[in-house]
Design a binder for this molecule. Structure first.
Ligand SMILES: Nc1ncnc2c1ncn2[C@@H]1O[C@H](COP(=O)(O)OP(=O)(O)OP(=O)(O)O)[C@@H](O)[C@H]1O
Ligand SMILES: [Mg+2]
Length: 246
């Protein structure tokens, strides 16, 4: 698999706190990379740097071999880097269609919002995700956690995403909805989209990912091939208990 994104010596400080120190790794095209680590290890900070939310304090990002500087999420989106955060940033009081087209609304040639086209497109997009969303007119407030996730993933992928960053997408979901979101991740992978998923569930990580990157106190301690790893190895890497034994 070829390299899509490369993080080179990325560090991020918030005042005197070193959230990330010297993180270097690459993301391969079409892989599912799980990012694990204890609370405060720097996972969300790393995702936000790739998403263009935070600028790194030092270090460089490369996309398809070229150095890129992402000052805003919109600049990441131009490259096809999309994010589904846990709070999802959906507008509760609006319908599904409006949420899918936030910031990229279709207009008619007279400059009015083209609701009809957007609804048709939203219907097609939602038909492609594994979770059943009642209708493009359904209010987000009335959707379940999994359905909201489907809208957010649909929104992210419908617009030509190359990389989808998912920060604890299933943390607030029940068993069935979690399974459906994981099914969507498999669909994305089959479609050739690269996925980075943060999760505290090691079973989930072992089930869904190709590789696992482990962060501890802001440092990348290892990246392992999932099929050659195990829950106990990951726990050891996350906590530091196996340090010195490798
Ligand atoms: N905007 C911010 N300002 C100041 N400190 C921050 C900020 N964001 C994160 N931090 C700090 O950086 C460190 C890493 O936080 P981060 O949110 O990346 O951890 P995480 O691995 O995602 O943890 P969790 O599993 O709990 O979500 C923490 O010590 C956190 O308090
Ligand atoms: Mg986090």
């Amino acid at each position: 698999m070829s390299e899509l994104l490369r993080l080179d010596a990325i560090s991020k400080s918030f005042g005197g706190l070193h959230a990330l120190s010297d993180v270097t790794f690459n993301l391969r095209e079409g892989e599912v990379l799980a990012l694990v680590g204890d609370n405060g290890a720097g996972k969300s900070t790393l995702m936000k740097i790739v998403a263009g939310v935070h600028a790194p304090t030092s270090g460089r990002l490369y996309f398809e071999g070229d150095q890129v500087v992402l000052n805003r999420p919109a600049e990441a989106r131009v490259l096809g880097i999309e994010t589904v955060f846990q709070d999802l940033a959906l507008v509760e009081t609006q319908d599904t269609t409006t949420n899918m087209f936030l910031g990229r609304e279709e207009t008619t040639r007279f400059g009015f919002l083209d609701k009809k086209t957007m609804r048709e497109q939203a219907g097609e997009i939602l038909a492609q995700v594994s979770i059943n969303v009642p209708s493009p007119r359904a209010l987000v407030r009335r959707l379940s956690g999994g359905q909201r996730q489907a809208v957010a993933i649909g929104r992210a992928t419908a617009f030509g995403a190359r990389v989808l960053l998912m920060d604890e997408p299933t943390a607030a979901l029940g068993v069935q909805e979690t399974d459906k979101v994981l099914e969507m991740v498999r669909d994305l992978r089959r479609a050739g989209i690269t996925v980075v998923i943060v999760s505290h569930s090691l079973d989930q990580v072992l089930d869904i990912s190709d590789r696992v990157a482990v962060l501890r106190r802001g440092r990348l301690v290892d990246i392992v091939a999932t099929e050659k790893s195990s829950g106990s190895e990951l726990v050891g890497l996350i906590t530091g208990a196996t340090d010195g034994k490798r």
